[in-house]
Design a binder for this molecule. Structure first.
Ligand SMILES: *[C@@H]1O[C@H](CO)[C@@H](O)[C@H](O)[C@H]1NC(C)=O
Ligand SMILES: *[C@@H]1O[C@H](CO)[C@@H](O)[C@H](O)[C@H]1NC(C)=O
Ligand SMILES: *[C@@H]1O[C@H](CO)[C@@H](O)[C@H](O)[C@H]1NC(C)=O
Length: 510
């Protein structure tokens, strides 16, 4: 940036602070008024694209709308039954003064509130992106009206909006890191594999999720879509997916008997007038080193499956598995005969349930089968491309986060626990060790946004990038320590199971 440019920006900032309590920004779409908070301004509910609730509800969105007069900041309203345009909105949070801030684009995993105050106070811009979710975002029928993945395409539209508009909010479009957690992390990985994203971002963070996880990607997406259609038709002969109410879609999708999310990311066919987000299987793209080569932070929590505790209890899963262990196996595995299934069930029994039928063993099993094995496979595949993969495990079980069960304490951090430190409801400091952990994770994450390196200075310990031959993680516990990856044996077993009964059987092999 040349100096006159800088002066202009500084002038603009000074003007903004001195004229009013309300900050205002002008972009090509119109004028927006922000809400002042302590140390930052929030511009909520800015439309980044537009969709059509009838013809276009399952299609890629179009160019953003314009408006005249002042648009007031408004709380995001996107949910499972929202209109399309309520989901095509983002929130921009900016430090009160200063310019050219690095940008963190946070991709929502589903619902959930993300209070950005602590992150913004570290000197970055935070953009929180809503997008279509559930059937509206992820129905994939492989036909022109429902090509699939539009929820991820929404995020691409948002990233294009950021590239074009973030300078007006004093953000730097050449320093953009995209991040998400859970299904949001799987969406971020899809962005890394997509021909649609060009150089829209320069680093990525994937927390507790990968597009390789059984709940993230569907090789049988079309069958799932057709099941939903079938349910609608049973209620009303003339009903189609296109004219079903959003609520009707959500309610019926919920009834479909798939474990976890019924609709996820899919491989798309090519259509005229529709960009293709994902042309091939994620595993194949990753194995062929076709992922975007940008620095990554990725990792998992040590007790991810703790959030399934009550569901596992209610379903009496321990009784069922005592009769037949195969009830536990991810349903995407394909066995050709009973012997294959028995062999795998035996392997799993050896590793997790030998003389151990405790709930803790069951949680360890679910952690690996649904999160860890796949995140670990993904991390090694990314690292094979010679880009830095900063690999972590979050193991701290503090006061914030998922409420602990009174019968079974957390054996570490539950799925989503780290969000309580990154996006706390208030910006006041946490106490004791909780506060130390929060300072650590905020510093590492925002350093990455600023420098694409979480430990740029002589920090101790230095967070070394992943070496696939000898995987180590940064353990984020009460302290920070580099440790050998602790679950090698289990992940090796899962790699073997997936190689034999998934990748080589679902047209996903190499
Ligand atoms: C949606 O598309 C239909 C058909 O092209 C059109 O009649 C309708 O006006 C559009 N709705 C909006 C809100 O643009
Ligand atoms: C498993 O439990 C059985 C019966 O309680 C016991 O005899 C055996 O030694 C145990 N095996 C291991 C490996 O702990
Ligand atoms: C059972 O497995 C869990 C999870 O791996 C472990 O924490 C626990 O110590 C094991 N219990 C016994 C009795 O081996």
């Amino acid at each position: 940036m040349n100096s006159s440019n800088m002066e202009l920006k500084l002038f603009f900032v000074v003007w903004m602070v001195s004229t009013a309590e309300q900050a205002e920004v002008i972009i090509a779409q119109g004028r927006i008024r922000g809400e002042m908070h302590q140390g930052y301004v929030s511009y909520n509910g800015i439309p980044y694209a537009s969709g059509n609730d009838t013809t276009g509800r399952f299609k890629q969105a179009g160019i953003p709308p314009t408006w005249s007069g002042m648009r007031e900041s408004q709380q995001p309203r996107c949910g499972l039954t929202s209109r399309v345009n309520d989901c095509l909105q983002l929130d921009v949070h900016v430090p009160t003064s200063g310019a050219s801030w690095p940008v963190l684009v946070w991709v929502k995993g589903g619902g959930g509130r993300y209070s950005p105050g602590k992150l913004v106070q570290q000197g970055i811009v935070v953009v929180v992106v809503s997008h279509r979710i559930g059937p509206l975002g992820f129905l994939c029928l492989g036909e022109e009206k429902m090509p699939g993945n539009v929820g991820v395409k929404d995020v691409v539209m948002a990233l294009r909006w950021v590239r074009d508009n973030i300078p007006a909010f004093r953000g730097n479009p050449y320093k953009v890191v995209v991040a998400g957690q859970g299904f949001g992390a799987a969406m971020v990985e899809a962005l890394l594999l997509s021909p649609m994203t060009g150089d829209l971002f320069h680093g990525a963070i994937m927390q507790s999720g990968s597009v390789l996880c059984p709940w993230a990607f569907n090789h049988d997406a079309k069958d799932r879509g057709l099941s939903l259609l079938q349910m609608l038709i049973e209620n009303d002969e003339t009903m189609t997916l296109l004219n079903a109410g959003a609520e009707e879609l959500a309610v019926n999708a919920d009834k479909i008997n798939f474990p976890y999310l019924p609709f996820g990311i899919c491989i798309e066919k090519g259509f005229k007038n529709e960009e293709r987000m994902l042309p091939e299987s994620p595993y194949r793209l990753l194995s062929n080193k076709l992922a975007r080569k940008v620095p990554l932070i990725m990792g998992y929590n040590t007790d991810e499956a703790y959030i399934f505790l009550s569901a596992l209890r209610e379903n009496n899963i321990r009784k069922k598995m005592a009769r037949d262990l195969s009830v536990l196996l991810p349903e995407e595995l394909k066995f050709l005969n009973v012997n294959e299934l028995k062999t795998v069930a035996k392997q799993i029994k050896e590793l997790y349930f030998k003389n151990n039928s405790t709930m803790a063993a069951l949680l360890a099993y679910h952690r690996d089968a649904y999160f860890l094995a796949h995140i670990h496979r993904s991390a090694r595949l990314h690292a094979a491309s010679d880009l830095p993969v900063y690999y972590y495990q979050f193991s701290y079980a503090g006061q914030p986060g998922v409420v602990a069960d009174h019968q079974l304490r957390k054996a570490g951090a539950a799925h989503s626990d780290e969000l309580a430190y990154l996006f706390p409801e208030t910006t006041s400091s946490m106490e004791g060790t909780d506060g130390t952990v929060q300072d650590n994770i905020l510093r590492l994450w925002t350093n990455f946004v600023k420098h694409l390196n979480p430990t740029p200075s002589e920090a101790s310990p230095r967070w070394d990038p992943l070496d696939s031959a000898e995987p180590r993680v940064l353990d984020i516990g009460a302290e920070l320590t580099m440790q050998p990856f602790p679950y090698t044996r289990a992940c090796r077993m899962w790699d073997d199971i997936y190689e034999r009964f998934y990748y080589s059987r679902n047209y996903l092999g190499l």
